[in-house]
Design a protein around this ligand. Structure first.
Ligand code: ZN
Length: 281
């Protein structure tokens, strides 16, 4: 009998420079952010979140866009700048979420209220992951790595905006286990079934989530440690990086974990190959 049920939930799209996702090792931040003179056409990628049903817990991985990004369900420049709190961020990434498609609205269709969720875990605090946090302020625990929070606090003007989590009670955690490429992880339930594993590089406190059943089979969610299968299959790093060599080390780890025969699924937040579905293991 399966122990875990995972819902892949699509909560809209994000539009970015192709180099932001697949810029590789020598891409400048300016190019990835869309500030170079020679620019490629922007690409749309999905913004996915994942609901994990354990035998007795509900765990939501990331929160996607907030309703305020597109209040009428269509692309809305003015609303986005207001929701993001920055026209600079709007330049770097635009988003849209259709009517009824935010994470909280889709969970409501499954009969799940924010207050029913035991843990909301945030892979990192970039806007397409944390802008929707406020939808889940009534969840029982909202987990953010302390190192990610500290990193975001140091970059409050350009990349991160405190307003996304201003009235949200964040549960900041320190590493309590030693899994992953840097030996830094957090054992969420105290039984090693759900590990939040530091895959530093894209941001400082970025975490992958590894959900392992009693047969040792696992599902890996690697957030923005890569932008889908192409990233780890071709070993192509993204163009936005806090630390390139750490990012590469993290991607190598994602590749190894994804190729492991015990890995049932390995998914990114923005993988174009990912379609809404439910799987069990
Ligand atoms: Zn992202």
């Amino acid at each position: 009998m399966s122990e875990y049920k995972v819902h892949i939930i699509n909560t809209g799209k994000v539009r970015i420079e192709p180099e932001l996702a697949f810029g590789g090792d020598h891409c400048s931040t300016a190019k990835a952010a869309g500030f170079s003179i020679k620019r490629s056409p922007k690409i749309w990628l999905p913004v996915n979140v994942f609901l994990v049903e354990t035998p007795d817990k509900l765990v939501l991985l990331d929160t996607g866009w907030d309703h305020s990004m597109s209040p009428n369900g269509v692309f809305d420049k003015k609303a986005q700048i207001k929701s993001l709190g920055s026209s600079l961020l709007y330049h770097v990434n635009q988003g849209v979420v259709a009517k009824g498609m935010t994470a909280s609205e889709q969970l409501a269709k499954l009969g799940i209220k924010p207050s029913d969720i035991d843990y909301v875990t945030i892979s990192h605090l970039d806007c397409d992951h944390a802008n929707g946090l406020r939808q889940f302020k009534d969840a029982k625990n909202i987990m953010v790595a302390r190192s990610e929070y500290e990193y975001a606090k140091k970059h409050p003007y350009i990349r991160f905006k405190k307003k996304w989590w201003d009235d949200v009670d964040l549960n900041l955690y320190d590493w309590n286990d030693s899994q992953g490429p840097f030996g830094r992880s957090y054992d969420l339930l105290g039984d090693k079934s759900i590990e939040l594993i530091n895959i530093s590089g894209h941001t400082a406190g970025l975490v992958a989530t590894k959900v392992t059943n009693s047969d040792g089979k696992y599902f890996l969610y690697y957030g923005d440690g890569g932008y889908g299968e192409k990233s780890w299959k071709e070993m192509v790093t993204s163009g936005i990086s806090m630390d390139k060599s750490a990012q590469k080390k993290s991607l190598e780890w994602i590749r190894e974990e994804s190729l492991d025969p015990n890995c049932v699924r390995s998914l990114a937040c923005h993988g174009i190959e990912e379609k809404p579905e439910v799987f069990e293991f």
